[in-house]
Design a protein around this ligand. Structure first.
Ligand code: THU
Length: 150
């Protein structure tokens, strides 16, 4: 796929927004969606999946990443992420985070670095706009790189 047929950042955010509707977020009510693009232009999406044992919660980025890896994908270009706080009635509540781009958590930064290296990270606002665009190396400076010696 060449650059003329590549989907736009806005379209990648749209896919992240769509999958956030599937979030299993009964503890935080924070619905997160991620859309990870391969170098071939295929997109793998994921939402957050919370656990009653809070620490076992899986972030949207890691769901998208593990879906792609388990389908054999190994090369990636971009990831878009969006998070929308909902109220206790299940309605979106933009008041707190309006206009603010969501950045990936520290654990996801490391896992994305491990498997995607220096991809573009598109942090969307809860309203679904492109908020900030980073390179992953900016979000994880001096990253840990493990190289097996023997
Ligand atoms: N969450 C994500 O899915 N991705 C992030 O980068 C930040 C946090 C989820 C985990 C949990 O379900 C909820 O957001 C609140 O932390």
């Amino acid at each position: 796929m060449d650059s003329t047929t590549k989907i736009s950042r806005e379209e990648l955010v749209e896919l992240a927004l769509k999958v956030s509707e599937n979030a299993v977020a009964h503890h935080s009510n924070f619905h997160v969606g991620a859309a990870l693009e391969t170098t071939q232009g295929e997109v793998f999406t994921g939402c957050n999946v919370e656990s009653d044992s809070y620490g076992l919660t899986i972030c949207a980025e890691r769901v998208a990443l593990t879906k792609a890896l388990s389908e054999g994908e190994r090369e990636f270009t971009r990831i878009a992420i969006v998070g929308i706080q909902h109220d206790s009635e299940g309605q979106p509540d933009f008041t707190e985070d309006s206009g603010q781009a969501l950045g990936p958590c520290g654990a996801c930064r490391q896992l994305l670095w491990d498997h995607c290296r220096d991809i573009e990270v598109i942090g969307a606002t809860p309203e679904g706009e492109v908020g900030k665009v980073w390179q992953l190396a900016e979000l994880l400076p001096d990253a840990f790189n493990y190289e097996k010696k023997t």
